[in-house]
Write a protein that binds this ligand. Structure first.
Ligand SMILES: [Zn+2]
Length: 307
């Protein structure tokens, strides 16, 4: 019987070369596993390379991190900017998906202000990623978490800067970050939300306003701010998030609220949603729509929403 089985196997192999391969793999289970793993690895690597190649567009992802903010920007030349890290370490999984597995570097991390719903994820990001520069405000905060954040920056030798209104960062691919708030640092700032770093990201005629938690008391942030494409609604859409006259000036085509489901603050507030609705601003929310991705060519109608 044994002989017959062997005979029929070898004759099948001679008719079909693939049958030979499978027989070989069966006999060399370990080698077979290695080959299968290597092939899988190669497929993932190739997919990862193509998926993460710079494509000439600005991509912005408003990660669904629950009650907090974390926004990942990839510029046309592939520069990577992370604005805030959210209230926990979810940002690590998102970055893991959005960056190829061999890339553990970020060109710029911007901490809009030291509250934990924006800061927490940044600590682990600093531990695990090579961060080339950190922008943060100068307002002091005394939580252990914030002190650890400062220590990590220092221990890792990451250069820092504290931009204020009027400062501008120009990247080599036509992307500019123009800072609109805070006005300056007197050392007497008490409201961390209002001291948030606010900046306008522009690429050619595409403009996105990122606002941290700087609500209407600090609006308008700057003069000469006309219509923009996308507004990150300040402070998770709280009742004081938006000055309606300021919103009229901005006339954003899309507003995004980064907010957690059933949060204890009642964000977003009804009046803020109504302000947006009255001005017919299409609004997406991370609690309802999940992570929101936009790019400079895929505004509003083409935004991709993933849960
Ligand atoms: Zn916040």
């Amino acid at each position: 019987m044994k002989g017959l089985i062997n005979e029929s196997s070898s004759s099948a192999e001679s008719r079909n070369p693939l049958a030979g391969v499978s027989f070989f793999l069966m006999r060399n289970k370990n080698l077979g596993r290695v080959i299968v793993l290597a092939a899988g690895f190669l497929i993932i690597a190739v997919f990862s390379i193509f998926n993460n190649l710079p494509d000439g567009k600005v991509h912005i992802k408003f990660y669904d991190v629950g009650q907090g903010d974390s926004i990942f920007i990839r510029t046309p030349a592939g520069h990577k900017i992370l604005v805030d890290g959210g209230p926990d370490n979810k940002v690590l999984s998102y970055l893991g998906e959005d960056l190829p597995f061999w890339d553990r570097s970020l060109d710029l991390v911007i901490s809009t202000h030291p509250h934990s719903d924006h800061l927490t994820g940044l600590l682990e990001v600093l531990k695990r990623y090579k961060v080339k520069k950190v922008l943060l405000g100068k307002m002091s905060h005394t939580t252990d978490q914030y002190l650890e954040f400062l220590k990590l920056i220092k221990d890792r030798g990451v250069p820092t800067d504290s931009p204020k209104k009027g400062d501008k960062i120009s990247l080599d691919d036509d992307v500019n970050l123009k800072f609109l708030s805070p006005k300056g640092y007197s050392g007497e700032e008490t409201d961390l939300n209002l001291s948030s770093l606010v900046f306008l990201l522009s690429f050619r005629d595409f403009e996105v306003l990122l606002t941290g938690d700087a609500s209407k008391e600090s609006q308008p942030y700057g003069q000469n701010l006309g219509q923009i494409d996308v507004l990150k609604v300040p402070h998770h859409g709280s009742k004081d998030a938006l000055d309606s006259n300021f919103l009229k000036t901005l006339k954003p085509k899309l507003a995004i609220i980064s907010v957690g489901k059933d949060n204890r603050f009642g964000h977003p507030a009804q009046n803020t949603l109504e302000t947006l609705e009255n001005l017919r601003v299409e609004t997406l929310r991370t609690d309802l729509d999940g992570t929101v991705e936009i790019d400079n060519l895929g505004l509003v109608s083409d935004h991709k929403v993933s849960k």
